[in-house]
Design a protein around this ligand. Structure first.
Ligand SMILES: [Zn+2]
Length: 278
């Protein structure tokens, strides 16, 4: 596996951005442990409690982390695309994952045994620094999702959820159905149906067979609760590539409210991310 061709200059969805901004030296050391795999939709890459599992670096795949209760009902606690890693539980001491990871949007990912990732994490300061920042952004997303599910209207939650997928794909067609959104949000299907009807009537989305096409991203952001912006601002602050990644329409994202200047002055990471012009 050669990772040298994975660079931050490549547009969103081509490669995992967390890997892309690592120095060439670290990429070379990780490469022998990485395997490129295709992830089909609906695939459960691991369950809570798995003893042996892989950590995944999604390229164009999107993976949901779900918490499932005894009744079989569940809710999504976070979304991971090419900005992050699936399966980081091993890094913080637990040998088993505490959530279920399910592929929501098909694509490819690099994977390595979670235990190997832990070894590499402990060995390389640069990787550790970046992964810890990613973990902080993931904690923010989980925390915000918890409060969102409790206090915000379903219509707002649907907008937030659509934006999370939209940020992680190329194009504007999301492989989401109303039924799937209802499951991810842990709400009744009827509420999502009403929200989707409202969004259609406003010209924000178009429902297609098994897909939702976003017609007006700006309006979708307006109609979302503040949770989307809070999580995005934190990710843009924490991750040197997040605010620089290209949007699906080819334009660059605006810097987050914190500004890229507050990034930790690590020369290798900064130089890797710099070629992308905002
Ligand atoms: Zn919210």
């Amino acid at each position: 596996m050669k990772l040298r061709y994975i660079t931050a200059e490549q547009p969103l969805s081509h490669h995992n951005q967390l890997l892309a901004v690592l120095s060439e030296d670290i990429k070379d050391q990780l490469a022998p442990h990485l395997e490129l795999v295709r992830l089909p939709p609906g695939e459960v890459v691991y369950e809570a409690g798995y003893a042996d599992y892989y950590a995944y670096f999604p390229n164009d795949a999107i993976v949901s982390l779900l918490s499932v209760i005894e009744s079989g009902k569940g809710a999504e606690i976070s979304v991971v695309g090419n900005e992050g890693i699936v399966g980081i539980d091993a890094l913080v001491g637990g040998s088993n994952p505490c959530s279920q990871a399910v592929v929501q949007s098909a694509g490819t990912a690099y994977r390595m045994p979670a235990q190997t990732l832990k070894e590499q994490f402990n060995r390389h300061v640069e990787l550790r620094w970046l992964v810890l920042r990613y973990m902080q952004s993931l904690i923010t997303q989980m925390s915000q999702t918890a409060v969102c599910n409790r206090h915000h209207a379903i219509e707002q939650q649907v907008c937030r959820r659509l934006l999370l997928s939209l940020d992680r794909i190329t194009g504007d067609e999301l492989p989401l159905t109303q039924e799937k959104i209802a499951y991810l949000l842990g709400v009744r299907r009827e509420g999502v149906t009403r929200a989707a009807r409202t969004l259609r009537n406003l010209g924000v989305i178009e429902s297609r067979r098994g897909h939702i096409k976003v017609l007006d991203r700006g309006k979708l952001e307006e109609l979302s609760c503040e949770c989307y912006a809070v999580v995005k601002a934190e990710s843009d602050f924490l991750l040197p590539y997040s605010c620089l990644m290209h949007r699906h329409d080819g334009s660059a994202r605006a810097p987050a409210r914190h500004g890229a200047s507050r990034l930790r002055p690590d020369s290798s990471l900064r130089s890797a991310a710099q070629p992308v012009q905002a």
